[in-house]
Every structure is written in structure tokens, then in C-alpha cells.
Design a binder for this molecule. Structure first.
Ligand code: FES
Length: 184
């Protein structure tokens, strides 16, 4: 006979297995590769996550932002919450090192809308109140109080080849100063 605790453990295992399966299915560009169920209270996606193979970035022209998605997970009690988060990557220099690329958080610092990239104007535009930014994230028009927020990026081996890793970070909105959320 199965106890209530056993049933709950089994349900949790199945939930994790299903979410793990989704992580594998969506693997490739923008998804974390190795799914390791986090312990209670632990976040997955807080550190640098593999975002895109450098092979793909090598051909990226300057000032042509790429839309990519990073997979973030966090445990909330027994529930594992996952989300796909948009990240922009733009080449800002020559070369193939991390300094030649900038990863940008798409959340507008004015009121939190997701900033779009307008290819015909070669600029980022916030759809909510019209803030504008250059392709490197520099603000050219308000009401956003600051430039787009950069994300920490580095290059490391992944699946036998170099990838750009990006660490997702939420920031406080509505302020000129850039303050990571959770740091106050
Ligand atoms: S939320 Fe972006 S300009 Fe207001």
C-alpha cells in the first residue's frame, strides 16, 4: 500500500521529470543543457547559463542584435517554476572574446515593459511609452531613467565547443541608478 508521503514524492518526481524533459526538448540555442533539479530554495539560472555557441556569434554583424532565450528555473516550495527569458546579444567590437559582445536585459527601467528591437531604424524601442536606445543599449530618449541593463557574459566550453554564457539578473526599475534586485 502506498502512503500519502510516497504518492507526494512520486508526483514531485514526475513533475521534475516532465520539466526536465521540456528542458531537453527546448535545448539548443538559449536553453540550459544539463537539467539538475534544484534543492528547495535553490535557484537555477542565477549563475551564468549557456546561451549560444560562439560559432553562431562569429558571423554576427556589429549593431545587429540577436534575440535569444535563456531558460531559468527556481523552486518555490515544492513547485519548480521555469521561464524562458528573452536576452539580446549584440556585437560591439571585433574579435571573438566576451568583450566583443554585449548581453542586454530587455526589461525597460521605466515601468518594466519588454523592449523591442526595430530593425528598420536600427534601434531598441520600448512599446509602452516610447523610450529609445542605441543597439549597444545606450538610452537616446526617455522616459526610461537609464540605459538598458547589461548582463554578465563570459565564454566557456559547453558540449565540446565554446559558448557564450550569460548570467540573468533582474534590476530595480524606476531609478537612474542600476541596482540588482535582491541585493538591497
Ligand atoms: S515602460 Fe518603457 S518607456 Fe515606459
Amino acid at each position: 500500500m502506498t502512503s500519502g508521503a510516497d504518492s507526494e514524492d512520486r508526483r514531485n518526481f514526475l513533475r521534475i521529470a516532465v520539466i526536465g524533459g521540456i528542458a531537453v526538448i527546448t535545448g539548443g540555442v538559449g536553453a540550459a543543457s544539463a537539467f539538475v533539479p534544484p534543492k528547495p530554495g535553490e535557484s537555477v539560472g542565477a549563475g551564468p547559463q549557456p546561451l549560444v555557441p560562439m560559432l553562431k556569434l562569429g558571423a554576427l554583424a556589429k549593431d545587429k542584435p540577436l534575440r535569444l532565450h535563456i531558460s531559468l528555473s527556481a523552486r518555490d516550495g515544492w513547485r519548480l517554476r521555469t521561464r524562458e527569458q528573452l536576452v539580446y546579444v549584440v556585437r560591439v567590437g571585433d574579435g571573438e572574446d566576451a568583450a566583443a559582445f554585449k548581453a542586454l536585459n530587455p526589461v525597460c527601467s521605466h515601468a518594466g515593459c519588454t523592449i523591442d528591437y526595430h530593425e528598420k531604424d536600427s534601434q531598441f524601442v520600448c512599446p509602452c511609452h516610447g523610450a529609445e536606445f542605441k543597439t549597444d543599449g545606450t538610452k537616446t530618449k526617455g522616459p526610461a531613467p537609464r540605459d538598458m541593463d547589461p548582463l554578465e557574459a563570459k565564454i566557456a566550453d559547453h558540449k565540446g565547443q565554446p559558448w557564450l554564457f550569460v548570467a540573468w539578473q533582474d534590476f530595480v526599475i524606476g531609478t537612474e541608478a542600476r541596482t540588482p534586485r535582491g541585493s538591497a
